[in-house]
Design a binder for this molecule. Structure first.
Ligand SMILES: C=CC1=C(C)c2cc3[nH]c(cc4nc(cc5[nH]c(cc1n2)c(C)c5CCC(=O)O)C(CCC(=O)O)=C4C)c(C)c3C=C
Ligand SMILES: [Fe+2]
Length: 364
């Protein structure tokens, strides 16, 4: 289960930020070795204060472990023939690291590993970065290829995920006073992306749009047909980012006379500073000042049982389909740097071939 990770304690904040600003898959800076640590250290106090307001640290490891344990249990129950199933956590910017997870799996004598990105929509800055790190880890730690790999790198339109989001939104819509229930906008909010990455062909923006369309279809099937909009949050630093910004959208909705609003974090599966601090605390105040009386946020998926079942279903379907690698086409001659590096992609393709060969041997 690969994800970005998050600081557990106040002392983890500085190294977390340093690791982010060192990663050229997420951000490219001139003289990165010098400028990166500088920018990171200038953010430390502000980000520490934000984590203080949500209990001192990020809950990402807690939720990932709850999701992993539930997923493995569900798989052991429904698919004993492919078990036993175990989950490992590999974070990009904090412990438990991707390198550590590979070491642990080698020690445990694991047979087949499914690298399961916990970002449901693919971005080179998120899943791409994780896959590049995974490539480095396995080539350093497992040069002989004892571990066999397959990949789940995008799943933003999976029916189980879509239905779990619809549950969370429906729960909030039901809390609205009846006169506002059909009218309140549903504001989907995702982490923004620098426009330079959008231009390179990063698939994230389109994939987030895909999730939103599927979730709205599911809600309509359930009789919820509120107006909706997708906006972008959490731009950092002086480059140009994709808009419109969630904060500006909330202000404008308030100015247009809307009294009720349901916001939905659509690009992350568990709580983190962007839900607990930015959406709840910061934008909650923005909404209040803009005259919005009911500002409701869809709960993160966290340990929602249908979401955990969806994770298990994704793995079950991946196994049943013969461990396919991602079908996303990469355009090598267009400057498309949207995915993982060339080496990483070659490794992924080679693993898919290897798994296919192993399977053909197993058949009589
Ligand atoms: C899910 C999508 C995300 C994308 C795409 C993304 C891109 C991206 N992020 C940064 C820089 C930072 N991100 C930070 C925190 C952070 N980022 C995401 C998700 C995505 N980022 C999440 C969920 C979080 C919060 C983690 C938590 O524990 O709560 C931070 C650190 C916080 C801060 O300093 O404000 C930075 C920095 C860039 C440059 C980027 C570009 C593609
Ligand atoms: Fe980010």
């Amino acid at each position: 289960m690969m994800n970005m990770g998050g600081p557990r304690t106040q002392d983890d904040v500085a190294p977390f930020l340093r690791n982010i600003f060192r990663d050229t898959d997420i951000i490219r800076l001139p003289a990165q070795g010098i400028l990166g640590p500088l920018i990171a250290s200038r953010r430390v106090d502000k980000v520490k204060r934000q984590y203080m307001q949500i209990g001192g640290g990020s809950p990402i490891e807690k939720w990932t472990r709850a999701q992993g344990a539930g997923m493995a249990r569900a798989l052991d129950d429904t698919s004993p023939e492919t078990g036993p199933h175990r989950y490992y956590v590999g974070f990009r910017y904090t412990a438990p690291s991707i390198f550590g997870a590979v070491e642990e799996m080698l020690r445990d004598g694991v047979d087949h590993v499914i690298a399961f990105s916990q970002y449901q929509q693919f971005s080179g800055a998120t899943t791409g970065s994780n896959l590049n790190e995974l490539y480095r880890a396995q080539s350093r730690l497992d040069p002989d290829g004892r571990l066999r790999w397959s990949f789940i790198d995008r799943w933003g339109t999976h029916p189980g995920l879509v239905s779990a989001f619809a549950d969370r939104i429906d729960d909030q819509v039901r809390r609205l006073p009846s006169e506002a229930r059909d009218m309140a906008p549903i504001l989907f909010s995702a982490h923004s992306l620098p426009l330079s990455a959008v231009d390179r062909g990063d698939p994230y923006v389109a994939e987030v749009g895909g999730t939103v369309a599927c979730v709205m279809d599911e809600l309509r099937r359930r009789g919820v047909a509120n107006p909706h909009r997708l906006t972008w949050q959490s731009a950092v630093g002086p480059v140009r980012w994709l808009g419109p910004q969630t904060e500006a959208a909330i202000k404008k909705l308030g100015a247009s006379g809307y009294k009720s609003l349901v916001v939905v974090p659509i690009a992350f599966t568990s709580d983190h500073i962007e839900t607990l601090f930015e959406l709840d605390i910061e934008y909650g105040k923005v909404a209040k000042d803009a005259g919005i009386e009911q500002y409701l946020r869809a709960e993160a998926l966290n340990d929602h049982p249908p979401f955990i079942d969806a994770l298990a279903a994704l793995v079950r379907e991946h196994i049943a389909a013969g461990f396919p690698a991602s079908a996303q086409l990469f355009l090598p001659d267009t400057g498309d740097e949207s995915a993982a590096t060339v080496q990483t992609r070659r490794w992924i393709a080679a693993q898919a071939q290897r798994v296919a060969l192993d399977k053909s041997h197993a058949k009589p």
